[in-house]
Design a protein around this ligand. Structure first.
Ligand SMILES: [Ca+2]
Ligand SMILES: [Ca+2]
Ligand SMILES: [Ca+2]
Length: 255
């Protein structure tokens, strides 16, 4: 009899633990402290205009609890805030909160360019009259073999790179882009380096996978592995992307 009672209690406890772990967003968890901070600013700036209430999307979870667990407070569906784009402008709800744009309006400043297009081309999505470009910075993480393209200090994009191999390593440090050429010729190695962004007096650079005079291009499969002579190699589309958005003088932090 007593044994049965204990069994029953154990089943209840297990059921409760199972149910709570699956249906309730964790109260104590903060997945992304940066997002929570951005949300607080966004909320305070916009609470009167959007009338958020406690649970804006009416899914039973408070706005703040959703943010703490990296879900969108604007979307009833249980999908990650990076995946949710309620106004369908290409800019996720995450980035709308970070850039303080209108998550329910494709074109926040009404200049006929949507929020995503503006940020991706380094124009302010909140100012239709300014032609001043958004701030750009590049970070290169040697251990992860990743290049981060930062806009206004935020890691907007990341690309896989190949930096210097152990015998010719890429030296960590804070550099500036000193020159840029759509196609640069390396006399020492006899190859082309498209979308060249020179660093360290042009001794090394960020560029697309190199091309030999016979047209052979270095394979994409080297990206993610340090095999270069010290340069930072990028894939075909990513090199063009970074080149077109980077000027002489841009800071490149290699670490
Ligand atoms: Ca909610
Ligand atoms: Ca959006
Ligand atoms: Ca716009």
């Amino acid at each position: 009899m007593i044994k049965n009672k204990f069994t029953l209690i154990a089943i209840f406890v297990l059921f409760f633990l199972f149910a709570s772990s699956n249906s309730v967003l964790a109260e104590e968890k903060i997945l992304d402290p940066f997002l929570l901070k951005a949300w607080d600013t966004f909320y305070n700036n916009n609470k009167d205009e959007y009338n958020f209430g406690l649970d804006f999307d009416g899914d039973g979870y408070s706005n703040r609890l959703e943010i703490r667990n990296a879900y969108s407070p604007f979307n009833k569906e249980k999908i990650n805030i990076h995946e949710s784009d309620v106004d369908d402008d290409g800019l996720s709800d995450y980035w709308e909160i970070v850039f303080q744009t209108n998550p329910f309006e494709k074109d926040s400043d009404g200049d006929s360019y949507n929020d995503f297009i503006e940020i991706d081309n380094l124009y302010s999505p909140l100012n239709s009259s300014s032609n001043e470009k958004l701030d750009v910075k590049i970070e290169i993480n040697l251990e992860d073999q990743e290049l981060y393209f930062l806009v206004e200090g935020y890691r907007w994009k990341n690309f896989s790179v190949s930096t210097g191999k152990p015998s010719t390593p890429t030296t960590p440090g804070v550099y500036e882009v000193v020159n840029k050429f759509e196609n640069a010729w390396s006399a020492s190695y006899g190859l082309w380096m498209p979308y060249w962004l020179g660093l360290d007096r042009g001794r090394i650079g960020i560029h697309e996978l190199p091309v030999w005079p016979n047209g052979y291009r270095e394979g994409e499969d080297h990206l993610g592995t340090p095999v270069s002579h010290g340069c930072i190699r990028l894939g075909v589309n990513s090199a063009k992307y970074v080149y077109e958005r980077t000027n002489v003088g841009t800071t490149v932090d290699i670490y």
